[in-house]
Design a protein around this ligand. Structure first.
Ligand SMILES: C[S@@+](CC[C@H](N)C(=O)[O-])C[C@H]1O[C@@H](n2cnc3c(N)ncnc32)[C@H](O)[C@@H]1O
Length: 313
């Protein structure tokens, strides 16, 4: 199978070397950014989800077309998150549709026979990689709300001949799984997209078995968004939800929500802090007019983090 070189982690490279715009949104500046300003200013949870769904439906469709790969001179992912040997094991369309910001497999340390759930499974890359790690005695569920992504993931699983996986349609905030189902929950750059994170984390807690672990990658704010010449509300409303930035939690908020959901043993570690250059093509006009020093300060507060927690036994 073909391996997309831009997903391949090179020797000595950080695992979360993803630039934020291409992690999730891969959007250009201009009309998309301005639309999201308008949307965010009035956004309800349903409106945010509709925006996110529309965006990822497009990603799913494009990932099977020429423009998903470097044939159009465009990097589909822009990150080196996985080692090439792993990627060679999955259909190229799974890798092309990936919009992660880290590598949950590395965080999760999966074992043979485990039952895994991937929150926001997209085109199935993390599910298919996890399926190989848990082996025939294990099982991996992917949950996603976007039909186009589910169809793509099911096609990718069939291509790979994976029989220990299932892709379920559903929302993170109301998971279509019974209590105490999974040994491990993984997720790659999706919790930030949920407009109702309390529900998402309490649902994750519910479907984990006692003693089960959460092992996810996400974009998180290191510190807070205070002390800037624009308010946090202006910053968040000026950024796109689909780009995985507007809904990013701070470390303190993430920790609090995990504790409130019932988790223990919480660890949040930054793998990569973003740089202004990562965001410049993405920043909407409202924020792009900020002095470069301010913009740099703002952008560096966001990073890709590994988040671990445990459901008490
Ligand atoms: C950033 S992509 C990540 C996909 C995959 N984990 C990867 O690494 O490529 C986000 C995926 O999460 C799904 N998603 C976002 N918010 C969701 C929600 N609230 N409920 C269910 N799926 C959601 C989207 O449809 C999309 O497929």
């Amino acid at each position: 199978m073909q391996t997309p070189t831009n997903l391949v982690k090179e020797e000595g490279q950080q695992s979360s070397n993803c630039c934020a715009p291409s992690c999730c949104g891969q959007e250009s500046t201009g009309s998309t950014a301005r639309e999201s300003v308008t949307l965010s200013a009035v956004a309800t949870p349903d409106a945010i989800k509709a925006q996110v769904k529309e965006h990822y439906a497009k990603v799913a469709v494009e990932s099977t077309s020429c423009c998903a790969s470097s044939c159009c001179g465009q990097e589909p992912i822009g990150s080196q998150l996985y080692d090439g040997d792993s990627l060679a094991l999955v259909p190229v369309e799974a890798a092309n549709s990936s919009r992660g910001c880290g590598n949950p497999q590395e965080i999760a340390a999966l074992k043979q026979g485990e039952v895994v759930l991937d929150l926001g499974s997209g085109g199935g890359l993390d599910v298919l990689l996890a399926a190989r790690q848990v082996g025939p005695t294990g099982f991996v569920y992917g949950v996603d709300m976007t039909d186009e992504m589910l169809e793509l993931a099911r096609r990718n699983a069939a291509k790979m001949g994976a029989t220990n996986v299932d892709f379920l349609k559903g929302h993170l905030e109301d998971l279509p799984l019974a209590d105490n189902t999974a040994d491990v929950i993984i997720s790659n750059c999706v919790v930030n997209l949920s407009p109702e994170k309390e529900n998402t984390l309490s649902e994750a807690f519910r479907v984990l078995k006692p003693g089960g672990r959460l092992a996810i990658s996400d974009i998180v704010v290191d510190g807070d968004l205070s002390g800037l010449p624009v308010s946090e509300a202006q910053i968040r409303s000026g950024l796109s939800w689909a780009g995985c930035i507007a809904g990013a939690l701070t470390v303190d908020e993430f920790t609090r929500l995990l504790i409130e959901a019932g988790f223990e043993g919480i660890e949040i570690t930054f793998d990569h802090h973003y740089q202004a250059a990562d965001f410049l093509g993405q920043v909407p006009d409202e924020l792009a007019s900020l002095p470069m020093a301010v913009l740099t300060d703002l952008v560096q507060r966001f990073g890709s983090a590994s988040i671990k927690a445990r459901k008490p036994s």
